[in-house]
Design a protein around this ligand. Structure first.
Ligand code: 2P0
Length: 331
């Protein structure tokens, strides 16, 4: 019983940073994202009576215990749903990313979405997209969005069991010819994980509640801007939402400073480009790299300008991508 699945990272345009239930990764508020093509996690899952314990191998190396614990939440749910002989089998999971892991490029999102898809496939479960999204969410909140392609909203949901907290499609990947340019400022893992950073922000930041309070209006505005393909309206919302999240992080104790000098230099450059007539807007996650959204028509000029910013190692160009899917290992 084995399956191979592929999933892509997603970048939040309205952020998820705060949980109402940390065991189930239920968010305090909804979020909205774009799934990216051109970067992927490929994950293989096998259930077998010969395995003595669950095992998770990331990029050829044994995964940290915290990642294995998250993976087990997905595996346990798959075993519970499948029942029968599979309920007693351990799994071996092997996952690879073709982009930097742990640098705010949402590798946990694509990794756990691919894991949920491969584990369900290996167990022979026929899950709806919503059920698959709930399964991926157990590994990492943001992973529930990578189950779907294009523009995606993660509904906060109301139920305590989380069955209504999952991704829904806002617009398909071919709805809008946008490009996400990732200005890589630093590669390598970040100091404080998102799980821990969110919890620290909740416990200690005086700006946590005001940030969360601003999200419902941002979500409505961002969703409408995506549907209308209004880049300037979307850009205003994505930048303010990102900066408010970082303000809440910076005000935590100890402070969560994910931004680097190079991140600020890119922000400044994006502002200059807009003053010169370009249409480009930034967002930054729990890491130093800056993602810049623009339309395909103006992307070349923005890409060369970002690549020339001191502190930017390289620029990755990503188009809207598809959702998580099982693939044929021999194809
Ligand atoms: C997001 N991030 O919406 C936000 C913005 C990072 C900054 O979702 O604890 O790795 O596993 O649910 O999903 C990162 O959080 O955290 C994240 P867990 P996750 O993309």
């Amino acid at each position: 019983m084995e399956a191979l699945a592929v999933a892509h990272p997603n970048i939040a345009l309205v952020k998820y940073w705060g949980k109402r239930d940390s065991a189930l990764n239920l968010p305090r508020e909804g979020s909205l994202s774009l799934t990216l093509a051109g970067m992927e996690s490929v994950t293989h899952v096998a259930f077998d009576g010969a395995f003595a314990a669950d095992e998770l191998v990331l990029g050829g190396n044994p995964a940290p215990e915290a990642s294995l614990r998250k993976a087990r939440r997905i595996l346990d749910e798959v075993r519970r749903r499948a029942g029968g002989r599979l309920a007693a089998l351990h799994a071996r999971v092997e996952s690879r990313n073709d982009f930097p892991t742990g640098a705010g490029l949402a590798s946990s999102a694509s990794g756990f979405a691919a894991l949920a898809c491969a584990a369900a496939g290996a167990a022979g479960l026929d899950l709806s997209p919503a059920e698959l999204s709930v399964l991926a969410r157990l590994g990492s909140g943001s992973a529930c969005r990578s189950v779907l392609g294009g523009f995606v909203e993660w509904k906060r949901g109301e139920r305590a069991d989380g069955t209504d907290s999952h991704a829904i499609a806002v617009a398909p990947r071919d709805h809008w010819d946008v490009v996400m340019l990732v200005a890589v400022v630093a590669e390598g893992p970040k100091g404080v994980s998102s799980t821990e950073g969110m919890e620290r922000t909740r416990r200690t930041s005086p700006y946590y509640e005001p940030f969360l309070g601003s999200i419902p209006a941002d979500l409505d505005a961002a969703r409408a801007a995506v549907v209308a393909r209004d880049l300037d309206a979307l850009g205003v919302v994505m930048e303010r939402n990102c900066l408010r999240m970082h303000a809440a992080m910076l005000a935590a104790e100890p402070a969560l400073i994910y931004l680097r000098g190079g991140s600020l230099a890119v922000i400044e450059r994006v502002g200059q480009l807009r003053s010169a007539g370009a249409r480009a807007y930034f967002t930054i996650d729990a890491g130093p790299n800056v993602k810049v959204l623009c339309e395909r028509a103006g992307a070349d000029a923005v890409e060369s300008a970002l690549a020339a910013v001191p502190g930017v190692a390289r620029v990755i160009r990503a188009l809207p991508g598809g959702g998580a899917r099982v693939v044929d290992p021999l194809a």
